[in-house]
Ligand binder design. Structure first.
Ligand code: BTN
Length: 257
């Protein structure tokens, strides 16, 4: 049976300083990114979480649709970081997701550059970050996280070759509440290490992509090579067969091996 979410159940004795200290829950919403933006513009406190059971217009990267049926996690967190922290947000979100999944389920997720989370090679989570910057100051940043938790993919069997869920991997349902609470705890812990290189180093160490032969799709072009390194801004360096290299700050990566 599906575990029920509520703001009170998520926040109860969470023990964080600010992450998840205010939670706004919707049974159904267009997109948590949309309501997070409205709340951020109204001045909501840093660390506020917008969470729903179901999105009717979930958004993915590069203007894609994010399928968001019941049983999964769809949430957005409003932050007000220093501008120098922006490159680290995706690293923090990715690390918080893999750590929380590992703690709660024992699975061993990996990060596929730039911000997909894989379990056994299939996508289990996507991350979307939207920033509002005015005069070199961050007004707000929104981290959106979608985790396939108890999805059986009965509505969308066509994505089964590429996507998975925690329950699919474990053969049993997983408590969304436990994953969400752990996620908020891990995210705050990582965020509070900034400024510093610890987040970057840990992110780099958990990338499934490095050292692998990959294809990068960016701006309607495709590039092949070895994913050689990532820098502290999150950019990927792709080494081509002819020895030249291309740096990407965004793109879609397919692992070739
Ligand atoms: C991607 O992999 O393309 C990113 C997907 C991000 C999905 C999450 S679900 C919660 C939040 N609300 C949205 O509409 N999108 C993000």
């Amino acid at each position: 049976m599906e575990d029920s979410l509520s703001a009170a159940a998520i926040a109860r004795d969470l023990g964080t300083r600010f992450m998840g200290q205010k939670i706004i829950y919707y049974p159904m919403v267009t997109s948590t990114m949309e309501v997070a933006r409205q709340e951020a513009q109204r001045g909501v406190v840093e660390g506020t979480v917008l969470i729903t059971d179901e999105q009717t217009a979930g958004r993915g990267r590069m203007r894609r649709v994010w399928l968001s049926p019941r049983g999964n996690i769809a949430l957005s967190v409003v932050l007000r970081p220093d501008i120098s922290y922006l490159p680290f947000l995706v690293m923090i979100a990715s690390l918080a997701v893999i750590q929380s999944i590992a703690v709660i389920t024992g699975l061993k997720p990996q990060i596929k550059w730039p911000n997909d989370i894989l379990v056994n090679g299939k996508k289990v989570c996507g991350i979307l970050i939207e920033n509002s910057i005015r005069a070199k100051l961050v007004d707000y940043s929104i981290i959106g996280i979608g985790i396939n938790v108890n999805d059986k993919f009965s509505q969308f069997p066509e994505i089964l070759p590429f996507a998975t869920s925690l329950s699919q991997e474990l053969g049993m349902d997983v408590s969304r509440l436990s994953v969400i609470r752990q996620l908020l705890i891990e995210a705050e812990k990582l965020y509070l290490t900034l400024p510093g290189q610890a987040v970057y180093q840990e992110w780099r160490d958990n990338l499934a992509t490095l050292g692998k032969r990959v294809q990068v799709k960016w701006n309607k072009s495709e590039y092949e090579g070895i994913a050689e390194s990532v820098d502290a801004d999150g950019a990927l360096l792709l080494r081509h067969a002819d020895g030249t290299a291309t740096k990407f700050i965004a793109g879609d990566v397919t692992l070739r091996e």
